[in-house]
Design a protein around this ligand. Structure first.
Ligand SMILES: C[S@@+](CC[C@H](N)C(=O)[O-])C[C@H]1O[C@@H](n2cnc3c(N)ncnc32)[C@H](O)[C@@H]1O
Length: 233
């Protein structure tokens, strides 16, 4: 799939540009920490990242000892992920495919993760059922999604109204809606965590990021990023 046809119309260059900003670096670091914490110990764990993008999470998971695989609908993202993993010296299985029909057999993984992907998927119920199918019994699903009640969501909605196809199509969910999605797929939700409480600007990120873990321990209201952990019975 070409970059122009990317499901999110984001593409690896835009992602690299975002990570080069202070806002991008600080925000991605916090989100990745929340997701990795929720995954728990990774040594020898078979991990699938669904919608792996340019491979930042699988690279961090491989550095923690996971046996990693990634799937994404956008081949340009997969090329960037392959380059990142090769540069870091990690092995990875990468497949082009869609979350609604994952190219892996049942019960293949100990952990399945998916970060800011369901918000761009038309049939999220089916996508989560597919992720659950790929997990072995007792395996863990960890998702990170865009929270509905945040300054980030408000601004992105405005960008959608102003013509951004990515943000016009995106769906922002509450923690309760995300919990229901996972439960409908037969999973037991074990953790829900909010993160990214500052507005989307470099200065706010620099000043307020240190407060993020404390705010996350108090409330999920205002969180731009909602992470959930769940177990397959
Ligand atoms: C916002 S990016 C997130 C990438 C990565 N998870 C991260 O957090 O850096 C969303 C990713 O999901 C992928 N994607 C969107 N819809 C998809 C689908 N239906 N099946 C598989 N991948 C999809 C996009 O190609 C893109 O790489």
């Amino acid at each position: 799939m070409s970059e122009a046809e990317s499901p999110t119309a984001i593409g690896p260059q835009a992602y690299a540009g975002w990570r080069a900003t202070a806002l991008g670096t600080i925000t991605e670091t916090i989100e990745q920490r929340v997701v990795l914490d929720m995954m728990g110990g990774l040594v020898g764990i078979r991990l699938l990242d669904v919608g792996c993008g340019d491979g930042a999470l699988i690279c961090a998971a491989a550095a923690r000892g996971a046996i990693v695989a990634g799937v994404d609908a956008d081949s340009t993202m997969l090329t960037a992920a392959r380059q990142r993993m090769a540069q870091a010296g990690f092995e990875v299985t990468l497949r082009e495919g869609r979350v609604e029909e994952l190219p892996f057999p049942d019960d293949s993984f100990d952990v399945v993760a998916s970060v800011t992907v369901l918000c761009f998927v038309g049939d999220a119920e089916r996508a989560v059922r597919e992720m659950a199918r790929g997990l072995r019994p007792g395996g863990r699903l960890v998702i990170g999604e865009l929270g509905r009640w945040s300054t980030w969501a408000a601004l992105r909605r405005v960008r959608g109204w102003l013509g951004s196809t990515t943000w016009r199509a995106a769906r922002f969910r509450t923690p309760g809606e995300l919990r229901t999605l996972l439960q409908q797929a037969g999973l037991s939700v074990t953790a829900i965590q909010g993160a990214i409480y500052y507005p989307p600007a470099n200065l706010f990120a620099r000043l307020l990021a240190p407060l993020d873990p404390w705010l996350g321990s108090l409330t999920r209201l205002g969180a731009a990023f909602i992470a959930l952990g769940a177990v397959k019975p």
